[in-house]
Write a protein that binds this ligand. Structure first.
Ligand SMILES: *[C@@H]1O[C@H](CO)[C@@H](O)[C@H](O)[C@H]1NC(C)=O
Length: 403
């Protein structure tokens, strides 16, 4: 008895303690190793978004400033009370998508899913959604959020809200980066979703969400929407060709001003412009001096504006909607002719709806080339060298599908 209690029991106790320690070490280290690898797994940059939201989405993203786009699995948030979830069918390629994937502004986040001209079909609505039901055709443009309280927001100018959230590359209210329309699913607050008119085609209508809003809002605000005015459109690209169509619908006489003489036939015969000027042809430009009531300048590259200002009559207005780094303003002709040079940035949500309804009523559509998603990198190259007539639209519905 004394042997058992004096030797074997303490011995068994030591063995028991040692076994427990070994067992604990095995369990703990296995747990640690497994979580370590899981953690590493989660930290892969392309999958960061994957763990944040519950709705699986598939898009095409640029991973770095080369701007090359490739398939990207990410996620969208669950539909909130005021949210609309849509299946994206088409998304236009805006020139700013190209600038953005290439980090031209210097603050592009990656991975980056561009696209702010998306249309689709509502697949789910939150409990407090009033404007939409499942199956409705809808569109989402450049914005998905704003403070909804400031003077601008209260006056339907959400596009000028200091806290506006853009459709991609912005920080959303939940702190995550927004992803755009080069993807199969979108979720947005209904305030930022547009009712799609029944008779407006989805594919060629999609570019209106950015290009249409930008030109329509600028022309309206500066009073260049009155019948009988003679208005110039500088640059015949995605924005310019839509501006010509709106101006014709407003009853304006239109002069297209482009640096490429090759666009004359298209401008006059296809788009119905009344006159065409080659901006580099100084004599032609001077001969047309003081003939325009207004100009909408859609060019995004730095360009001289002296001769353009010269085209304006007394009290003429030049509205800049492109985003060149800077433009050199010749002051004397502006002062002497009581002219005005102004700017305009996209449009508020109320005006977007008005624009899209106006476009449907007047049969205004973008001229588009529909492409499959895997053509996007080629499309970007063509856009870069000006080889687009006039907007590429991605057939997201048929060509972005999870396997
Ligand atoms: C984007 O450009 C900025 C400014 O040139 C640079 O600091 C930044 O590193 C660039 N980002 C990427 C991902 O290349």
């Amino acid at each position: 008895m004394s042997i058992i209690s004096g030797f074997i029991l303490p011995c068994a106790h030591i063995i028991y303690r040692a076994l427990l320690t070994i067992l604990f070490a095995i369990v703990f280290n296995t747990y640690y190793l497994i979580s370590y690898f899981l953690f590493l797994e989660k930290k892969k940059p392309n999958e960061i978004a994957e763990v944040e939201h519950p709705v699986k989405a598939l898009g095409w993203a640029a991973r770095d400033a080369t701007g090359v786009l490739s398939p990207f699995e990410f996620s969208r948030r669950a539909t909130r009370d005021h949210d609309v979830q849509l299946k994206i069918l088409y998304c236009g390629i805006c020139h700013s998508d190209l600038h953005s994937i290439k980090n031209d502004s210097g603050f592009s986040p990656y991975p980056q899913v561009p696209g702010h001209e998306m249309v689709g079909i509502v697949t789910e609505v939150g409990s407090k959604v009033e404007k939409f039901k499942v199956g409705d055709k809808v569109g989402v443009g450049c914005m998905v959020g704003s403070c909804r309280k400031c003077d601008q927001c209260v006056n339907n100018l959400e596009n000028y809200c200091p806290q506006s959230v853009f459709t991609y590359n912005s920080i959303d209210s939940d702190g995550t980066t927004t992803y755009g329309g080069y993807s199969n699913i979108m979720v947005a607050d209904e305030h930022f979703v547009i009712r799609w008119p029944e008779k407006l085609p989805l594919d060629s209508g999609a570019p209106l969400l950015c290009a249409g809003t930008t030109t329509y809002s600028a022309l309206k605000y500066y009073g260049l929407d009155k019948p009988g005015l003679h208005v110039g459109v500088v640059g015949l690209g995605g924005l310019g060709h839509v501006a010509v169509k709106f101006l014709k619908a407003f009853g304006a006489k239109v002069t297209v001003i482009s640096n490429s003489a090759g666009k004359k036939q298209d401008a006059v015969e296809t788009l119905g412009a009344d006159r065409f000027l080659v901006s580099r042809d100084e004599e032609e430009m001077k001969a047309a001096a003081a003939t325009l009531d207004g100009i909408i300048d859609t060019v995004s590259a730095v360009h001289p504006i002296g001769l353009l200002i010269g085209l304006l009559k007394l009290h003429g207005k030049m509205v800049v909607v492109g985003l060149p780094e800077k433009l050199e303003l010749p002051v004397l002709p502006v002062v002497a002719g009581r002219k005005l040079v102004g700017g305009s940035l996209i449009g508020g949500l109320k005006e977007m709806q008005e624009m899209i309804d106006f476009a449907a009523e007047h049969n205004i559509l973008a001229d588009v080339e529909i492409i499959p998603m895997d053509y996007v990198n080629t499309a970007m190259e063509r856009l870069e060298r000006g080889d687009a007539k006039y907007r590429f639209v991605i057939d997201v519905g048929k060509t972005v599908k999870p396997e």
